[in-house]
Design a binder for this molecule. Structure first.
Ligand code: 6R9
Length: 658
């Protein structure tokens, strides 16, 4: 193939607004019957048993949904199961020698393969080790680890002994780790010495130690030796060595602890409107059923597939669709440690080619980068093993969608644009790939059994084509059950806005804006709260602001998301300094570093704009919309309601001058 884009074909694709599921895909799809939507409607909530039946239960449930204490719903009531047993033990007879995890390190040729039997063994040994360290049922274990096999092993080991895990993304800062460990009263940490990034061995343990310095209670720390001789930090101090612990448990078997369907499987902290991250609680029965069901119905996973989700396990996507969903279904899940551009920009395609990957699930930010690098990279490889493509994390624009469809999928793979959140546990709005047509840019209709709508501020449905707020009207098995030890905040954050408790109407508000087409397809427009989405990573503007105002010399700060070609959104910080503080480059760097220290490099501001005032309404509220318009170089909205309209143009000039 030539390096030149095929002009005729691009023109045809550019015009096409709807795509039918490819025939070759439909012929073999897990779900092909359109009647499934009706079946769920007519037989709701019992139709959800279909999801639970994908698992092995020690005791069956007596009731599918208990909604007697809304919005504290319970699913598969009285059911008993263990998640690690569902992801491992039950596959041993038939698939013990099949590959569970294909791990690909960043250094080329560094790989590890775990069959189900091997993974089972590793998980049992580490589960025994955790127990020996005194970890009991319901003790929260924190993991602060990059994409190394010991991360899913530790997660499954926790699941085995009924200890909920709380995984903190390795790119988060020491402070972020400390805050999460404190909030969860977590007394055990599993971390590692370091990892590779673009060919360099990076230290991780020093960061973990720094975090631990700020945790007010005692913590047992287990350290995985990822770097071997290249280790940057010596961990023969007070920390326990992972390998030594596991060696002591050679061949140990740990009986999976029987968990109630509603027992907590894990906690995952995520950003919200207010400063403190929210500890989203997911359960064993509902979450696992939902992850398995959506992996089956949407990702079309079959046990014999090799499936790859390129997310990081430190985010919910990795939990549901690298670890729990795929392993519950007994498939081969690929885990890649590195970045898509190392050692070259064809690394992803090399992996698809080498491993004959059948499904690829990635993010729009990655697809935009692939598109920018050009089709010459995928064209160097045989991608014909691919059967389905997926995207998640932020809206995907039709151009990127079509590029993905054409140059990665060769027009033979359906693309599923899946809308969901940390809180929803799994996919909510997307096409069933073997059933529904695709419309680039639109995620699709709600999945069968999921009830979503677009409403105005009164909660009334808006007309087709008009923007409004996305709401979910009925519970679903994968939903969060509460915010850890904070039922009140759970209600305030998600249910207060649109529920009418007097009429027994409980409506979940995900804080996204959206519009709906005549055919029920939903286009998600983005967050309507103070959360911004940088490269698919969810960041709270308040968290960033509080890091900035913590810098000596800063009087006030406002953070907004500005459009960014590659990242989707980028962090724009508007800062008012205290009298006498110089507004120089050095101070700007200090602010940037403070954000990196508090949250991590992902939150690094794209621009720090010094200003004397922030645009405020007469009641004193910062007009964030205007700050966003300024960041985007957009026409400014109405400024007449401002207390200080002049400041807007002053700031605008500064940004443009930057
Ligand atoms: C899974 C995940 C959730 C937020 C969500 C929304 C945005 C996710 C999307 C999407 C448009 C999609 N989002 N998928 N927006 N189209 N297909 O990303 O969870 O990190 O909690 O982020 O991401 O704004 O509210 P999380």
């Amino acid at each position: 193939m030539s390096d030149q884009p095929d002009v005729e074909l691009e023109a045809r694709l550019a015009e096409q607004e709807e795509f039918e599921p490819p025939e070759s895909f439909v012929e073999q799809a897990n779900v092909t019957d359109e009647g499934i939507y009706e079946e769920f409607d007519e037989n709701w909530p019992d139709a959800w048993e279909r999801a639970a039946e994908l698992l092995d239960w020690e005791e069956d449930w007596n009731q599918v949904l208990d909604d007697s204490n809304e919005p504290f719903y319970e699913w598969f009531v009285d059911g008993k199961l263990n998640a690690s047993e569902n992801c491992l033990d039950r596959h041993l007879d038939d698939r013990g020698d099949e590959v569970a995890i294909e791990w690909i390190g960043e250094p080329v040729d560094e790989t590890r393969t775990y069959t189900y039997s091997e993974l089972h063994r590793e998980v049992n040994e580490f589960a025994a080790a955790l127990r020996e360290q005194g970890v009991g049922e319901d003790d929260v274990v924190t993991m602060y680890m990059p994409m190394i096999p010991e991360l899913p092993i530790a997660m499954l080991a926790c699941a085995r002994i009924g200890a909920p895990h709380s995984v903190v993304f390795a790119g988060f800062s020491a402070d972020a780790l400390a805050e999460r460990m404190e909030s969860a009263d977590s007394e055990t940490l599993v971390t590692c010495d370091g990892y590779y990034r673009r060919g360099e061995a990076l230290d991780h343990l020093d960061k973990a130690r720094e975090g631990l310095d700020n945790v007010g209670h005692d913590v047992t720390t287990v350290v995985v030796d990822r770097l071997g001789d290249e280790r940057t930090v010596d961990h023969r101090g007070s920390e326990l060595d992972y390998d030594a612990l596991v060696d002591e448990q050679d061949g140990a078997e740990v009986e999976p602890v029987t968990r109630d369907a509603e027992d907590m499987l894990f906690l995952m902290y995520t950003s919200g409107t207010t400063g403190k991250p929210k500890g989203v609680k997911h359960t064993t029965g509902g979450y696992l059923s939902y992850a398995a069901w959506t992996s089956h119905a949407v990702l079309d996973i079959k046990p014999e597939d090799t499936y790859w989700c390129s997310a990081d396990i430190g985010w919910i996507t990795g939990h549901s669709y690298i670890v729990y969903g795929p392993l519950a279904l007994g498939t081969t899940t690929v885990m890649y440690e590195g970045t898509p551009d190392y050692p070259d920009k064809d690394r992803m395609w090399q992996i698809v080619d080498d491993y004959d990957v059948n499904q690829l699930y990635t993010a729009p930010t990655a697809i935009r980068a692939f598109m920018k690098w050009g089709e010459k990279y995928p064209e160097q490889h045989d991608l014909s093993s691919l059967r389905l493509l997926g995207t998640v994390g932020e809206p995907i624009n039709p151009r990127a969608w079509k590029w993905y469809y054409k140059y990665i999928g060769n027009e033979e793979c359906p693309v599923v644009d899946t809308w969901w959140q940390t809180e929803t546990g799994g996919m909510m709005i997307t096409t069933l790939p073997g059933v529904k047509k695709m419309k680039p840019g639109s995620a699709g209709p709600p999945l069968p059994g999921v009830s979503a709508d677009i409403v105005d501020t009164n909660g009334d449905p808006v007309e087709a084509g008009r923007a409004g707020h996305l709401v979910v009207n009925k519970p679903w098995p994968g939903m969060l059950r509460t915010l850890y030890k904070n039922d009140e905040r759970f209600i305030n954050e998600y249910w207060d806005e649109y529920s009418v408790p007097d009429r027994d109407q409980w409506v979940y508000f995900p804080e996204d804006g959206a519009k709906i087409d005549d055919d029920g397809y939903i286009t998600v427009l983005g967050r309507v709260d103070d959360v911004i989405n940088v490269s698919g990573h969810r960041l709270g503007t308040m968290e960033i602001e509080s890091a900035i105002v913590g810098v000596e010399g800063v009087a006030e700060a406002a953070v907004v998301g500005g459009d960014h070609e590659m990242k989707g959104e980028a962090v724009y910080a508007y800062v008012i300094t205290e009298d006498g503080q110089e507004e120089n480059e050095e101070f700007r760097q200090e602010i940037i570093e403070a954000v990196e220290d508090a949250i991590g490099p992902i939150a690094r501001p794209e621009a720090v704009v010094f200003t004397h005032e922030l645009p405020k309404t007469r009641s004193g509220k910062i007009m964030r919309r205007l700050l966003e318009d300024i960041a985007n170089g957009d026409e400014l909205g109405n400024t007449s309601t401002l207390r200080n309209p002049d400041v807007v143009h002053e700031i605008e000039q500064k940004v443009q001058g930057d």
